[in-house]
Design a protein. Structure first.
Length: 259
């Protein structure tokens, strides 16, 4: 089933959102690609967003997303179920004490690991501010595909941990390394995006919010929850020889918590 998210010719969400875990204070919600987290002035034609979906499909009286994913990004969205939880967890995000882990498939072979320190503008201010992303390479592949002038094409599976939360931070930082994310129509490589969309049936941004670790506002215990990868990732990981990576975030059973 597909969710129609706009009256215009824009990509649509290809899977249904789902609540992975919830309590009286927080909910961990899985967002598919191309679904807005909440209604915005720039996308008034969208017929559905994640916040409205939550309120329409539950009996909750309050549901406020805390972390914001770009429309084309899939993965974990943390939702506050009351004002106090919103305030406490938002403060953790502001102090950068929440650990956020993303997976991305990028063009080229990245270094084994690294730290990207490049100031970036915010969504409301063009003045660059400190932006830091650490990354490590989980896999590399080289396929006999002449997508550009080279006879083969190289790709990397990268785990990214942003230390700050700037607008499009991971996407811009990986572009800065000259390893843009596959499917990034704003900052990516057009020939590679077209090839994946037309030949590999992969028109989506291959960036996924896979894990969040924070202190629970009620218990003060550290809690980690993982979000499964979208189904369309499995075929791409298989094609690139990274099938084992799908199992890490491969099903909703992969959610976990700890203290």
């Amino acid at each position: 089933m597909k969710i129609v998210t706009t009256a215009q010719a824009l990509p649509i969400a290809n899977e249904i959102p789902r609540i992975l875990e919830s309590d009286d204070y927080l909910a961990w919600v899985w967002k598919p690609n191309h679904l807005l987290v909440h209604r915005t002035d720039m996308a008034m034609h969208d017929l559905l967003n994640l916040k409205d979906w939550i309120l329409e499909t539950t009996d909750w009286h309050f549901a406020q997303p805390i972390n914001r994913l770009d429309r084309p990004t899939s993965g974990l969205v943390l939702v506050a179920r009351d004002v106090d939880a919103l305030k406490q967890v938002s403060e953790q995000f502001s102090k950068h004490t929440v650990t956020k882990t993303y997976l991305a498939i990028v063009r080229g072979w990245t270094e084994d690991e690294g730290v990207i320190e490049k100031p970036l503008p915010t969504s409301h201010n063009n003045t660059p501010k400190e932006a830091i992303t650490t990354y490590k390479t989980l896999g590399r592949a080289e396929l006999p595909l002449a997508i550009t002038r080279y006879e083969t094409s190289r790709f990397s599976l990268v785990e990214c941990t942003p230390q700050t939360g700037r607008f499009h931070q991971i996407r811009l930082h990986l572009k800065h390394l000259k390893h843009p994310i596959i499917g990034d129509t704003a900052h990516g490589d057009k020939p590679h995006n077209r090839y994946f969309a037309h030949h590999l049936n992969q028109p989506y941004l291959l960036l996924h919010s896979g894990e969040l670790t924070l202190k629970h506002p009620q218990t003060a215990l550290e809690k980690t929850v993982q979000a499964p990868l979208p189904e369309h990732w499995k075929q791409t990981l298989d094609q690139l020889g990274w099938s084992d990576s799908f199992s890490r975030f491969g099903s909703s059973d992969s959610t976990q918590s700890g203290s």
